[in-house]
Design a protein around this ligand. Structure first.
Ligand code: G3H
Length: 249
């Protein structure tokens, strides 16, 4: 059997308690005959995590955090550990999102440590990689992806504890998407690098595409070889859009 696809939402710094109605609708959609083979997880701000877990608890939709600190606890004001996310009911956590890499100066070594922290707590790590527009224009996309896979993915990663998300930075929140050929090339390259690093464990590891995924382009993007799902930002805030993307499979 093929890899079961995953549609993951990332609410980023959006959402208050009023937004929980969208999550209820998402949960209900997956409960009531949504025509999809996909699994789903929604990563929400830490302030909403416990509420989200409760709302989605009787549905197949899982809940995740958006980042974690590599340490379990300690004097790190304002930070959240993987153990805290697990305690609140999360099953997944995003690490190395491009917004964290650029806004907070995160490097591959820190992202790798965060992925290991996620496993330590019993969470699945969603490790984000992707080139900037300058890197794409310079023709270094595949080189950047090689470096990020080698540096950000711990060598003991398995298909069960790790998901890769390929997000071209220039496609995030811009409405721009790479061509299908460019997505296929990037995902095949990432798969090959994962096989180099992990061996057989890489064959069934999910590689999600992220960057301006919406219901209208989901079928094309998700139909590309080695695209095992989507990481959805803006469109995950609207239940109808998130469900529409899930149904594109
Ligand atoms: O984590 C999600 C991505 O950054 C994609 O965001 O769907 O708003 O482009 P977007």
């Amino acid at each position: 059997p093929g890899i079961r696809p995953l549609v993951a939402g990332n609410w980023k710094m959006n959402g208050t308690s009023a937004s929980l109605n969208e999550l209820r609708t998402i949960g209900n959609g997956f409960m009531s005959g949504l025509d999809t083979e996909t699994e789903a997880v929604v990563c929400v701000p830490a302030t909403l995590l416990a509420h989200a877990v409760e709302i989605l608890s009787r549905t197949p939709v899982r809940t995740g955090g958006e980042d974690c600190h590599p340490k379990e606890s300690g004097a790190y004001t304002g930070r959240i550990s993987a153990e805290m996310l697990k305690d609140a009911g999360a099953s997944h956590v995003i690490v190395g999102h491009s917004e964290c890499r650029s806004d907070l100066g995160e490097d591959d070594a820190l992202v790798q440590a965060k992925a290991s922290a996620a496993w330590r707590a019993g969470l699945v790590a969603i490790i984000c990689i992707g080139e900037t527009s300058a890197e794409r224009e310079a023709g270094t996309t595949l080189e950047v992806l090689s470096r990020q896979v080698a540096g950000s993915v711990p060598p003991s990663a398995t298909a069960a504890n790790t998901i890769i998300a390929y997000e071209p930075v220039w496609a995030i929140g811009t409405g721009l998407t790479p061509t299908a050929a460019d997505v296929a090339e990037a995902h095949a390259h990432i798969r090959a690098k994962l096989v180099d690093l992990l061996g057989d464990a890489a064959a069934r590891m999910r590689i999600l595409y992220g960057g301006s995924v919406k219901p209208s382009n989901a079928a094309e993007l998700l139909g590309i070889d080695n695209v095992d799902g989507a990481l959805v930002g803006g469109a995950s805030l609207k239940a109808a859009d998130f469900l529409g993307i899930a149904e594109a499979y």
